[in-house]
Design a protein around this ligand. Structure first.
Ligand SMILES: *Cc1c(COP(=O)(O)O)cnc(C)c1O
Length: 229
C-alpha cells in the first residue's frame, strides 16, 4: 500500500485512529479496547515530535540502542510516553531495556526471561511482558515455536517469577495473516493471557477482528522507511 506524501504523520495518525475505532466496532469490541503502538524505528526525533503533539503517547522501537539515543530527550514532564520494545533483546542489553521501556513484546527464551526478571527486581520496575511466538515456524525468525509456548509460559511464571501478560507474533511477510492471528488468539485463550500484540500497517484491521489488543503500526503513521541496508 502507498501512503500519499502530502499526508502528514498527524493526518495519518487521525486516519489510523478512525480505522481502529471502525474495526473495534465492526468486531463488536469495546471502543478503546485496542492500543495503538506507533512504531517510530528509524525515524528521528523531528519526525516523532509532531505525533506526540497530536496526542499519541504509546510508541514502539525495535532496537535498544536506537531507542536509548532518541527517547530520553523526547520524554516530557507533561506528556509521559509509554515505550514498547518490539524487536529482539540480547541478554547483555536487559538492564538498559528494563530501565528504558515500559513493555517488552519479545520474551522468547529462558536466558532473556531470567535476565529481564533479575533486572526488574534490581531496578524495582515492573514491565508489561509478552512472549513472542514464531507462528510461521520460520527458521530465521525469533520467537517460541507454537508447540513450546505452554511450557515456556509456565517456566516464565514458575522458574523466573515473571507475570506474562500476553503473546505477540510477526507472521511471515507473504502469508495470509488471519490463520496466524487466529492461532495466537487460541493459544492466549488457552493460557488465560489477556494481551495479543498482532497486526501492523497492512493488516491491523484483520488483527483487530481476531482479538488484537495491541497493534504495531509504523509506516502507515510515519511513512515508508528506507530499506534495511
Ligand atoms: C517495524 C515493525 C512494525 C511496524 O511495521 P509497519 O509495517 O511499518 O507498520 C511492527 N512490528 C514489528 C515487530 C516491527 O519490527
Amino acid at each position: 500500500m502507498l501512503y500519499a506524501r502530502t499526508m502528514s504523520a498527524t493526518d495519518n495518525l487521525q486516519d489510523i485512529r478512525q480505522r481502529i475505532a471502525a474495526a473495534e466496532k465492526a468486531a463488536g469490541r469495546a471502543p478503546g479496547s485496542v492500543r495503538l503502538i506507533a512504531v517510530s524505528k528509524t525515524f528521528e526525533a523531528d519526525a516523532i515530535r509532531p505525533v506526540i503533539d497530536a496526542g499519541q503517547r504509546v510508541f514502539g522501537e525495535n532496537r535498544v540502542q536506537e531507542a536509548k539515543g532518541k527517547w530520553p530527550a523526547l520524554q516530557t514532564a507533561t506528556a509521559r510516553i509509554e515505550l514498547h520494545l518490539i524487536g529482539p533483546l540480547q541478554s547483555n542489553k536487559a538492564a538498559e531495556a528494563v530501565a528504558l521501556f515500559d513493555a517488552i513484546h519479545t520474551i522468547d527464551r529462558d536466558k532473556i526471561a531470567g535476565a529481564v526478571a533479575a533486572e526488574m527486581w534490581k531496578q524495582g520496575r515492573t514491565l508489561r511482558l509478552l512472549v513472542q511466538v514464531n507462528t510461521g515456524e520460520e527458521v530465521q525468525k525469533a520467537g517460541v515455536a507454537p508447540g513450546e509456548v505452554d511450557a515456556f509460559v509456565a517456566r516464565c511464571r514458575e522458574v523466573h517469577g515473571l507475570a506474562i501478560d500476553g503473546l505477540m507474533c510477526i507472521p511471515p511477510v507473504d502469508a495470509v495473516m488471519a490463520p496466524h492471528f487466529a492461532l495466537l488468539a487460541k493459544m492466549a485463550r488457552r493460557l488465560g493471557l489477556a494481551s495479543l500484540s498482532m497486526g501492523m500497517s497492512g493488516d491491523f484491521e484483520t488483527a483487530i477482528a481476531m482479538g488484537a489488543t495491541d497493534v504495531r503500526v509504523g509506516s502507515a503513521v510515519f511513512g515508508e522507511r528506507p530499506p534495511i541496508a
